[in-house]
Design a protein around this ligand. Structure first.
Ligand code: TPW
Ligand code: MG
Length: 544
């Protein structure tokens, strides 16, 4: 028997039972009773940050990194509505974030007064969150609460999407039974699964040039080992999408790189676009993954396994969870062979000279650093820093590659460090840093010490690339490195390759606080990938 508990304790234990290891949050009066239980029960550690978007991003990154849910806890209205964008990002990119929001008490609801933080209706927040979560509930009935919590949390895990739980402030201390144990994913219908696996293999056998494409669901459902096995058995070329980059890195499979259409390696683009049978496992069919192709991929000739279903040409098998499908395919195939992991061409060997730094030089310097010292997990923001990150050889990158929200990088890095204890490398543009860079002030309190590469081009450069005539793309040259000490870290302002190599070396050595390396880049200078991306999109638009 678990100990007698109140509703909040039952909830925290249910979260822990589903693998949750930490809570990020900012309290408010509607959430104070909940936060009190969080703090005093010590069931899960609590990290408070400064602004709610950071709470959402940190929880998202922690969840991605560990392939298990994480928690973003906020107050009603002003808090929760501040966090809609990060949770929308987590929804799009399939990250299992549990939103816990305080809420008006049942007694508050009947006063006839408008409550502070109320938008249109008391339930407006609940309705808004329905659009960005896969399941949601207001825990207003302690009797039913254990069942409801179990349903919502199991959906979070099994669908790998955010969920929303609102806890009315006067329900927190109500006595509440234990929450049922985690329920496994709904099993597939055996016959349908067998028919589906047979059909997929028959199609691959008939095809002249089949290609396997893998994306985020492989990681979200922890299938990397099984998919590696499948790649060896199938023996067909395998690529990742933009979002799936880092999957299968270093595995002995026939790996060819990352497909990025016009922005990517032309050989990979040719391979994917001329295939007569793409097997897309766990792939988000987004414009960032597939839209930047000049030759439209014929999806009717593709096999798409995603969101618990499999579509082949014009028909769909419902309820085929990806783990079950991968297992069924593996069972049907004989032992594969190992392939030599291909040598991928990442830039290395930066000369520490007086040349001005470019994005390519940054990637080169980081590759050199990772060869010399240990590899750090990377959190990247939206902007050219993300495209630059594609030139870094690294298996663990979290970034908003599809939803493309700015402001992710710094808080995501903090989330990674809280969740893993590892020192992260954060890559962020000056525009995005202005949104959430301030969150670095929380490092001192928790002993976090990220290395931050701030790409300072005094510009919204990605926007300038598409619309150079607009003056609003010019940002001021803020001296970010000078701010670092006041925020609790150490700053380095870098102009040349020599400065950069030196600052990286010093940053790796100084583990006492966060390191802000402000890298000065001229406006108009882009990474290779962003340049190809921009040129390709312009070409495509000109043709329309
Ligand atoms: C929350 C739109 C996409 S890229 C960009 C903007 C404003 C400029 C980024 O500037 P930064 O990086 O960070 O200096 P760089 O390399 O381009 O110079 N608001 C949000 N998200 C997005 N994506 C935008 C606006 C945008
Ligand atoms: Mg910029």
């Amino acid at each position: 028997m678990s100990p007698a508990s109140n509703l909040a304790q039952s909830l925290l234990r249910a979260l822990k039972a589903r693998g949750v290891a930490e809570i990020f949050g900012i309290p408010g009066d509607f959430a104070l009773p909940l936060f009190k239980v969080i703090e005093e029960s010590k069931i899960l550690p609590l990290y408070t940050l400064s602004h709610e978007p950071a709470v959402g991003f940190a929880a998202d990154a922690a969840a991605r990194f560990h392939t298990r849910p994480s928690v973003a806890a906020v107050t009603y209205g002003a808090g929760a509505l501040n966090m809609v964008n990060p949770i929308a990002a987590a929804y799009s990119e399939k990250s299992p974030v549990v939103v816990l929001s305080g809420g008006p008490g049942l007694a508050d609801r009947s006063t006839g007064l408008l409550l502070h933080h109320q938008a249109k209706h008391l339930n407006s927040q609940f309705e808004i969150y329905k659009e960005v979560t896969c399941d949601q509930a207001i825990l207003d009935d302690p009797q039913r609460a254990p069942q409801v919590m179990a349903r919502v949390l199991d959906n979070c895990v099994n669908q790998s999407r955010p969920v929303y739980l609102e806890i009315p402030r006067d329900m927190v201390g109500e006595s509440c039974g234990p929450v049922p144990r985690p329920a496994p994913m709904q099993a597939a219908d055996k016959d349908a699964l067998n028919a589906c696996a047979d059909e997929i293999l028959a199609r691959i056998q008939e095809a002249r040039s089949p290609v396997l494409v893998v994306d985020v669901e492989i990681r979200r459902f922890a299938l990397e080992t099984q998919v590696t096995q499948l790649c060896r058995k199938l023996g067909i070329p395998v690529v990742t999408t933009f979002m799936g980059r880092g999957l299968l890195a270093g595995q002995k499979v026939p790996f060819r790189g990352t497909y990025m259409g016009v922005a990517g390696d032309p050989d990979v683009t040719q391979l994917v676009e001329s295939s007569d049978c793409l097997l897309a496992l766990g792939v988000i069919l987004s414009d960032t993954n597939f839209g930047v192709s000049e030759k439209r991929i014929d999806l009717r000739r593709s096999i798409l396994a995603c969101d618990g279903q499999v579509t082949l040409g014009y028909h769909t098998y419902a309820n085929i969870p990806l783990p079950a499908l991968v297992q069924a395919l593996n069972r049907r195939l004989r032992k594969g062979r190992t392939y030599t992991a291909p040598a991928l061409n990442y830039p290395r060997g930066l000369k520490a000279n007086a040349d001005l730094v470019t994005p390519l030089a940054i990637a080169t310097a980081v590759n050199d650093l990772f060869d010399r010292a240990e590899r750090l997990p990377i959190a990247a923001d939206m902007g050219d820093c993300l495209f630059t990150a594609l030139d870094i050889e690294n298996t663990s990158l979290v970034a908003p590659g599809y939803y493309a929200t700015m402001g992710f990088g710094v808080p995501a890095g903090l989330g990674v460090q809280a969740a893993t204890g590892r020192r992260p490398l954060i890559m962020v543009g000056d525009g995005a840093f202005q949104m959430t860079g301030w969150e670095l002030i929380n490092c001192r309190r928790y002993g976090w010490n990220p290395i931050v590469l701030l790409f300072n081009n005094a510009s919204w450069e990605m926007l300038r690339a598409f619309q150079p005539e607009s003056k609003f793309n010019n940002l001021d040259d803020i001296r970010y490195a000078d701010l670092a000490v006041g925020l609790g870290g150490r700053g380095h302002r870098v102009h040349t390759c020599r400065d950069l190599v030196k600052a990286l070396g010093a940053s790796v050595k100084d583990k006492s606080c966060f390191q802000l390396i402000e890298i000065m880049l001229p406006r108009g200078v882009m990474s290779r990938t962003l340049q190809r991306y921009v040129d390709g999109i312009k070409r495509m638009r000109a043709r329309k």
